[in-house]
Design a protein around this ligand. Structure first.
Ligand code: HEM
Length: 523
């Protein structure tokens, strides 16, 4: 049964789903927002915004028509290729204007320009993500989320108030190290599950829906961190609500791209896509809430028993209130499941494509880690330098988030152009990560490049973002990924016997097709 409180809050639906067309990025501007951040002379000497090159919008349809099936030349799954074409056609700064119902986008393909924008961002950076989630949290379910509804799709002082409450425990390297043992258990659950799945296949291949198993592993890992709970996602009799949560997150990501990039009909009426999206978010919210309630009860028991170092969520609960803890857990589930599982899918797939590098990694793992049934410590992981290089190399070539961004909170001069506040600047890390300008022999999977003293531009590949809004779960993601890849490589040789997979934006940048890795036992 869902918590009565959540049911009540979720039950108070908006009378109408219509939303105003007001640009959601216009509110959170700083005091100095109306001023160019640069000296006025620079602004007055800069070229007008209209001169930034980019695809020409059509009357009425703008550039949104490009996402239409059959006639359009853009597609969401094919966005990586679209971005490469835009760079080739227009150069390192491209304006995508005339997007119905949303601000213009400015694509940056130059790492110096990315650095410039990041280094001059204001105290309350605004990531231009998800007006639909913004609407869900701030309008449709405002009763539940209140005025500080987490960090995802939250901006300005509300964002700062929430982030400052949770940032310290989340990003301290010391915190992630407390989770090595439970994260190892989750990784071992996956190895066990893989053994049993491949044993069911004559060719020892994993099933076509193996990505779902990785989602389960990822949820299991975050469950340990966020809730201090063994969810049992990878057990044969996994609780039904774990798959419901995974499906909810997948549905959320499936529809968010459609709602955000295609014509925004959801702003005027309740479309089928919008209804499925809202239902998915309601599911995620209510399941998370139920688990947080359980965690709260455990906190009371822990406090009664004088336990010294309660887990993350419980520490947040102790420091704040139960709503903050629930909203943090919700954001962690929302953006911490598919990101990490997609990264792991991609790394496993790349290792299967590069047996030489996989063998080198196996040698490192075999010499640095204790036998599979013994505990791995943070010090063991520290020594896996080639593993870390393989992870970085995969995320350089196949960043899970192909383009992070910022919504300008003040008029800014970029590349000699006057860029007005409200413009969504998109950092094209997928394209920059593959550019010869920043990485010699850029197309080759070459983890060794990360072992040399730094020669690459620090802003060309930033898989976890940068600055005050950098990924809050980065420490946990690093730990989870390192542990699970080390355990998989320790247990198996990972092979691929089928046609190579392409990648597509779904909206994580994912190997596009059944992930039928073949596993051969190492021992
Ligand atoms: C490979 C895995 C992951 C990748 C590639 C990734 C990537 C990112 C990126 C690019 C951002 C935007 C940063 C910016 O705007 O500068 C972000 C934000 C965020 N990530 Fe991650 N992430 C991953 C895993 C996780 C995990 C496991 C969690 C939670 C446990 C998490 C929680 C968050 C949160 C809460 C934010 C929003 C921070 C804010 O707006 O203040 N992420 N992530």
């Amino acid at each position: 049964m869902l918590s009565q409180r959540v049911v009540r809050a979720l039950g108070r639906r908006c009378k109408s789903s219509a939303v105003s067309l007001e640009c959601p990025v216009q509110a959170p501007v700083s005091e100095a927002a109306d001023q160019p951040y640069t000296v006025p002379e620079e602004w007055s000497h800069a070229r007008p915004y209209q001169q930034v090159p980019g695809p020409t919008p059509l009357p009425l349809l703008g550039n949104t028509w490009r996402f239409l099936p059959l006639v359009g030349d853009f597609s969401i799954p094919g966005m990586a290729g679209v971005c490469e074409r835009l760079l080739a056609q227009f150069g390192p700064v491209v304006r995508l204007s005339g997007l119905l119902g949303r601000p213009d986008m400015l694509f940056l393909f130059d790492a110096d320009l990315v650095e410039h924008v990041f280094r001059t961002e204001d105290a309350l950076p605004h990531r231009p993500s998800m007006p639909s989630l913004d609407y869900y949290k701030h309008v449709l379910r405002k009763d539940f989320f209140g005025s500080a509804p987490g960090v995802i799709a939250v901006h300005g002082e509300d964002w700062q108030a929430f982030r400052s409450r949770v940032q310290q425990p989340m990003l301290q390297p010391r915190t992630a190290r407390l989770y090595v043992a439970p994260i190892q258990e989750a990784a071992q659950d996956l190895v066990r599950r893989c053994r049993s799945l491949k044993a069911r296949d004559a060719n020892r291949e994993l099933p076509a829906d193996f990505l779902n198993e990785l989602h389960k592993w990822s949820l299991e890992s975050i469950g340990r961190v966020a809730l201090d709970e063994r969810l049992g996602c990878l057990d044969d009799d996994a609780p039904a609500d774990t798959q419901a949560l995974i499906d909810g997150v997948s549905t959320f990501f499936h529809y968010v791209g459609i709602l955000e990039l295609k014509a925004p009909f959801w702003r005027f009426c309740s479309t089928p896509a919008w209804r499925r999206y809202v239902a998915a978010l309601d599911t995620i919210t209510s399941i998370t809430w139920r688990h947080v309630q359980r965690a709260l009860r455990r906190l009371q028991e822990l406090e009664a028993s004088g336990e010294a170092e309660p887990p993350l969520l419980l520490r947040v609960l102790r420091a704040a209130d139960e709503r903050t803890a629930c909203l943090l857990a919700l954001d962690m589930f929302l953006v911490g499941i598919d990101t990490t599982s997609t990264a792991v899918a991609s790394i496993l797939y790349q290792l299967s494509q590069h047996p030489g590098q996989q063998e080198r990694l196996h040698r490192e793992v075999a010499s640095e880690l204790p036998p599979a049934d013994q505990p791995v410590s943070a010090h063991h992981l520290d020594r896996l330098v080639y593993l870390k290089a393989c992870i970085k190399e995969t995320l350089r070539l196949y960043p899970v988030v192909i383009g992070n961004g910022r919504c300008l909170t003040r008029n800014t001069v970029i590349a000699g152009y006057q860029i007005p506040k409200g413009t969504q600047v998109v950092f094209q890390h997928y394209v920059m990560g593959r550019s010869e300008r920043y990485f010699p022999d850029a197309g080759r999977f070459q983890p060794e490049r990360w072992l040399q003293s730094r020669t690459h531009h620090p802003f060309a590949s930033l898989p976890f973002g940068y600055g005050r809004r950098m990924c809050l779960g980065r420490r946990f993601a690093d730990l989870e990924i390192q542990m699970v890849i080390a355990k998989m490589v320790q247990a198996f040789r990972i092979e691929w016997q089928r046609e190579p997979l392409r990648y597509a934006v779904h909206p994580m940048f994912t190997p596009d097709g059944p992930l039928r890795l073949r596993l051969v036992d190492r021992s």
